[in-house]
Design a protein around this ligand. Structure first.
Ligand code: M6R
Length: 612
């Protein structure tokens, strides 16, 4: 989604702002802009529709903009079409206040009306212009300076935001406020950096301050002061970000997505080893002890998109191994449902970014209902991680491609580990089974490597089917969970319509869509459901469908039915999603490449969905 950067220091700001924005491109955007201060001169604003390249060109790589203090933005349109007028920064007409904004001001229409009555006029369709003018209004009305105006603003608006502000009266300062949208600040060698995402700062510093909800910051040159909404100064600790800078580079791969697919063995291994020590799972770092685990009577898993698909798989594993009831819910539904959460419930929020608006809201609602909460999160220090009672960090490292792969795989591993530990503590498995599961999990990275070694077969198949119009994915049990993810991977980056169905549902309507040549991908890794899946495949075949099977080595009989088969190594039935998903990720990737699409930044999508 939108990205924010800021710089205040002793060198030219615009090239640094553009570099920061380029690190945020992966989040998805449709226009970009920068505003730079040169001492007491007026703020200079340059904006461009489309790719960042246009902004680089307009500013001669930033060199044309003098000044060592500025803010920048990549916009993903919410209010108003993508255009130069709607692009950020926005300012008051006299340039007294200039801002960039991530998020949504929900009551902007009402505020706009109030400001119009006060004499303001508006040129864009955005809520951000309203925000800029409201801040200006408070500065002028109360004459008590930026912090006073910003705290009044925060008390008046509804919605979510991270906002960076330049005030004409403070040429050497940048101000920031946030609520439900991330914003971080780094200080290094007399320079101060700001961004909505750590990835934009890694090149300059790893020592990061997180601005909390309803907090403000004033960034000077090489220093920063934080305030709460009551305008009191607050102290903050620095967090060292351990991510490798190279992890945010392509390192010779054509796209981030294929690089991240190849990083899965490492992501799985690191996540596994972060809690498995000497053959035992140790959840001390999560603050989950055995009494806690024994006490839970119900688990909810709440998430969006691929993270929700992890929940669907985890439900099968947790219920089967630990015999505890699990409900999996889409966060945007969970948050608006009449919830009847029983006592002793654990609500697990799964999120790569830790900033997804609906997942964050679901977390807060779960807490309001008295549930204990656990976040499975990839981004250290993200809002969901900070607000949950317990955090299980996945160690996937920074994920740049919009289509998730390695974070999904690491989330699966986290959920298996929870299931194994819950099963052991609740005495549903023997010590031998416990040891066996952990031993088997250690083999998963190697097995993923093996699938990746055979990627050319999938590449060949993808090229053949790149022009497909509709694709259906079928699976039963945990294979249905994998089908959901395979289908999303294909559609989000190849723009081919695809859907996943529980195979038993086929006859209840969907089969009427199968015609000669329709590609149907069947996932069948579960021995108990294999025969039933084959029957479903035969039904499709007899209606002219073209069948791809995805099964384990040894099930060669499938070739009597399927037109093309991808094989994965055998593993414990609970862990098959970790292997079965890989050929499907590769399929989505190679179809997108064959169609010449923008694999890492698919149209209309954002990496982290911080608005509803
Ligand atoms: O950051 P999150 O894990 O909370 O994001 C949730 C979804 O937006 C995300 O999984 C999305 O579906 C993927 N980018 C799809 O590949």
């Amino acid at each position: 989604m939108c990205g924010i950067v800021g710089f205040n220091g002793h060198v030219q700001a615009a090239p640094i702002l553009l570099d920061g924005l380029s690190k945020l491109e992966y989040r998805g955007y449709d226009s970009a802009g920068v505003a730079v201060r040169n001492g007491k001169n007026d703020v200079e604003i340059v904006k461009a529709k489309g790719r960042l390249k246009a902004l680089y060109e307009k500013t001669n790589d930033g060199l044309a903009m003098a000044g060592d203090c500025g803010i920048g933005h990549t916009r993903w349109a919410t209010h108003g079409e993508p255009s130069e007028t709607n692009a950020h920064p926005h300012c008051s007409d006299d340039r007294n206040v200039t801002i960039v904004h991530n998020g949504i001001i929900e009551n902007y229409l009402e505020l706009k009306e109030m400001l119009e009555k006060a004499g303001y006029s508006f040129h864009s369709q955005t809520d951000t212009e309203v925000a800029a003018k409201l801040i200006d209004y408070y500065v002028k009305k109360y004459q008590k300076g930026p912090i006073d105006a910003l705290s009044r603003f925060m008390l008046r608006v509804r919605g979510s935001y991270a906002i960076a502000v330049l005030f004409a009266e403070c040429p050497d300062e940048i101000y920031a406020i946030r609520k439900d949208n991330p914003m971080v600040i780094g200080v290094k060698d007399g320079n101060t950096y700001m961004a909505s995402d750590v990835a934009a700062l890694l090149r300059y510093t790893r020592d990061i301050y997180y601005i909390g909800d309803n907090e403000m910051a004033c960034m000077g040159k090489g220093e920063v002061t934080f305030y709460n909404i009551d305008q009191e100064v607050i102290e903050k600790d620095v967090t060292e970000v351990k991510w490798d800078v190279n992890a945010a580079e392509k390192n010779g791969f054509e796209h981030f997505m294929i690089k991240e697919i190849h990083e899965q063995p490492r992501a799985v291994k690191d996540t596994l080893n972060s809690v498995v020590k000497d053959g035992k799972i140790d959840f001390t770092a999560l603050g989950l002890d055995e009494d806690h685990i024994r006490n839970f009577r119900q688990i909810y898993i709440v998430a969006c998109g691929s993270a929700y698909h992890v929940g669907v798989a985890a439900q099968y594993v947790l219920e089967d191994m630990a015999e505890i009831p699990v409900r999996v819910e889409i966060a945007s539904e969970f948050r608006y449902r009449h919830l009847l959460i029983p006592e002793n419930s654990l609500v697990i929020i799964v999120s790569q970014s830790g900033e997804t608006a609906d997942s964050l809201a679901a977390l807060r609602i779960a807490k309001e209902h008295g549930a204990e909460t656990l976040a499975i999160v990839n981004v250290v220090g993200s809002t969901i991680a900070r607000e949950a009672d317990h955090v299980f960090y996945t160690l996937a490292g920074p994920e740049i491609s919009v289509a998730t792969t390695k974070a999904y795989s690491a989330q699966l591993i986290a959920s298996y580990l929870l299931a194994i530990e819950f099963a052991k503590v609740r005495e549903k498995i023997t010590d031998e089974q416990y040891a066996g599961y952990l031993e088997e999990l250690q083999t998963v990275p190697g097995k993923i490597e093996k699938i990746l070694d055979d990627k050319e077969r999938i590449q060949w198949f993808a090229a053949k089917y790149a022009n497909a119009q509709d694709v259906f994915f079928l699976g039963r049990g945990i294979d249905y969970a994998v089908s959901l993810e395979g289908s999303l991977k294909l559609k989000e980056i190849s723009y081919i319509h695809s859907e996943a169905y529980a195979a038993g549902e086929l006859k209840h309507g969907t089969i009427s869509l199968i015609e000669k040549g329709t590609l149907v991908i069947s996932v069948l890794t579960q021995p108990d459901l294999y025969e039933k899946m084959i029957s479903n495949m035969v039904e499709v075949k007899s209606r002219g469908g073209y069948l791809m099977g995805l099964t384990t080595y040894g099930n060669y009989g499938i070739e009597d039915t399927a037109d093309f088969t991808a094989y994965i190594p055998k593993t414990d039935i609970h862990f098959t999603p970790s292997l079965a998903v890989v050929p499907l990720q590769l399929l989505g990737y190679y179809v997108s490449v064959a169609k010449g699409l923008d694999v890492d930044k698919p149209r209309n999508l954002a990496k982290s969905v911080t608005v509803e």
